[in-house]
Design a protein around this ligand. Sequence first.
Ligand code: UDP
Length: 346
Amino acid sequence: MANKSTGSTPITGALITGGGGFLGSHLAERYLRAGHPVIVVDNFCTGMRSNVEFLNQLAKEKATAFLAIEANVIEDWSTWSREIPKATLSKISHVFHFASPASPPLYQELAFDTLWVNTKGLERALAFADDLAARVIFASTSEIYGDPLITPQPESFWGNVNSFGYRSCYDEAKRFGESLIFTHNWKKKTHHGLVRIFNTYGPRMNPSDGRVIINFLTQALRSEPLTLYGDGSQTRSFCYVTDLVEGITRYAETKLIEPVNLGNDREFSLLELVEVIQTIFAPKKLELVHQALPHDDPRQRRPDLTTARTLLNAWAPQVQLKEGLIKMRAWLEADGLDSNKPKGDK
Ligand code: UDP
């Protein structure tokens, strides 16, 4: 099977699982602004109703077809998909399978949901898309590289993953998802794709999500000490959400089936991240409180973006960390800090 397909797959409409979540809602926003019909499906186990309210409002302003469906995509899709108006259904060219808890605390709390949404849920997304001759884009992750043995990580690195540990419900489910996409394309001659998403941040992240940037910003705004896990020498590379969405949409409109890394390739230790955040909050002095490093926490992470630059029309991240953090802080101060909680927020 050729692994590089040429040609394009223009978007005419999108169904986004996890559209109430952070990345899913930004993708939905992008397509609504472009005038494309959007359907989001979410069970709000980690997604936020406030994100869907935002999209609803935007769709009204743009007079664009928008439908929000509350459902668990692990379960039978026919119970809700038959309610989608035919005119909207016929426009769906892409199914983005972005439903999944994504932060270590939440995917560990919701470990079974995490396993199934990236496997059974993905299988349902593929079947639904095949019926419409639509293209699936699966949200894979840098976590498939585990605690990487090489840096930066190119797509050709097979990973160093603990299959029998607390992170494995996420890492191995995403790895299975990649295998499912590969095998589906191979056996059924389809052109579904996947992107490997590295650490991303921005407005509309759930304040209770637990990932480092949203934690540090909410803690700084509440004048609480920043919870630094371990000694802070571990590294991550942080991508602002609009850069990521630009990469995803470019990938979606190709016929590529091979994995492509998307993220920002500027690497920071956690201590360096604290320094950047400190500059934003000066003269207020931020305090640190050290906590234990979580199980199997990767020591380093940084994407090799050569494939993305080459195949996605010279795509490259544009937003510097400090600039992105300032925007995210502004959102948190304006209306994000009190966004609804991941569960029980009806
Ligand atoms: N981390 C931290 N304090 C926090 C949250 C996370 O020091 O409040 C660390 C975490 O141990 C990891 C890094 O920040 O080394 C990134 O963690 P995150 O949960 O954002 O995502 P990961 O990259 O581990 O999936």
